[in-house]
Design a protein around this ligand. Sequence first.
Ligand SMILES: NC(=O)c1ccc[n+]([C@@H]2O[C@H](COP(=O)([O-])OP(=O)(O)OC[C@H]3O[C@@H](n4cnc5c(N)ncnc54)[C@H](O)[C@@H]3O)[C@@H](O)[C@H]2O)c1
Ligand SMILES: O=C(O)C(=O)C[C@]1(C(=O)O)C=C[C@@H](O)C=C1
Length: 310
Amino acid sequence: MFEKIALVGIGLIGSSLARVIRREGLAGHIAIATRSLDTLKRAEELGLGSSYSTSAAEAVKGADLVIVSVPVGSSGAVAEEIAPALKPGAILTDVGSTKGSVIAQMKPHVPEGVHFIPGHPLAGTEKSGPDAGFAELFENRWCIFTPLPDTDPDALEKLSQFWRRCGSNIDTMDPDHHDMVLAIVSHLPHIIAYNIVGTADDLQQVTKSEVIKYSASGFRDFTRLAASDPTMWRDVCLHNKDAILEMLARFSEDLASLQRAIRWGDGEKLFDLFTRTRTIRRSIIDAGQEVDAPDFGRQVAAHPEKLAKG
Ligand SMILES: NC(=O)c1ccc[n+]([C@@H]2O[C@H](COP(=O)([O-])OP(=O)(O)OC[C@H]3O[C@@H](n4cnc5c(N)ncnc54)[C@H](O)[C@@H]3O)[C@@H](O)[C@H]2O)c1
Ligand SMILES: O=C(O)C(=O)C[C@]1(C(=O)O)C=C[C@@H](O)C=C1
């Protein structure tokens, strides 16, 4: 599909892309760039690319497609670094978990004649680094684009074809809408998981070793996300602040209402909520999480009152 693809950032997402690009033969040359020499060496040991550099500007030279897969807080610095080396007509995209902030950081640096198409594959795990990636990561997952008003439709179609070859389903959204949807379906679950593990860790009456020893499937299932990369999630929180705070406010109100129902012994209220949420959770699983999650998010964003009322 492309003569040369440059991957800037070779962690979970970048290395999964490298693996699927190679498996599907999507590029003649895969140039890999990352900031840390250790990570770069590891990528080379794993045979992820055709060339390796700690200079992103060097890697993107002559590339037809450039995919930036770094923590969202580094997007602007990377765009500034690579801008003078980008080939006219190249497609520049990213995979960042937030879109409004990435666009604000990257767009001002993008030279005339380069097609900048912000993107986000809704696929991942709690692991990070080049060893964590795998070629199947994007299969049957959504990849959301948040095109800009001047996005070239042909470039968008070419990038969509690329992601389809990686196994993904494509959707497009307005960046603000994306950030609100992801705040509830992805960012809040991570924040809540981090928080509950912190709460358990701070308990005076229960020791840390008891938390570890007696974590049956409830705590285990619920807290998988709390092992996710701290840099990535610090950046997500700082770069989707408004939407996350909005969803956290709603969440806190609903939690207070649940707390009240428990205090006053309102069994009917508890039963009704748990029945309603069980139906939603089952429909997510029955329909295949990958297909249903963005739809659920979109429904929530379109009708936020349903989040509280059902
Ligand atoms: N992990 C997920 O579940 C997931 C899912 C979808 C999207 N994303 C997004 O993908 C991006 C990458 O996440 P990841 O999970 O692959 O992270 P990761 O920690 O596994 O990898 C990040 C990579 O970026 C490199 N890097 C950091 N700063 C850099 C810089 N200034 N210049 C060049 N390289 C730099 C690191 O060395 C590393 O190779 C993030 O924006 C994240 O929000 C993550
Ligand atoms: O499954 C996980 O571990 C993830 O964190 C994946 C997940 C998500 O929340 O769904 C995380 C961040 C992304 O931007 C996209 C996907």
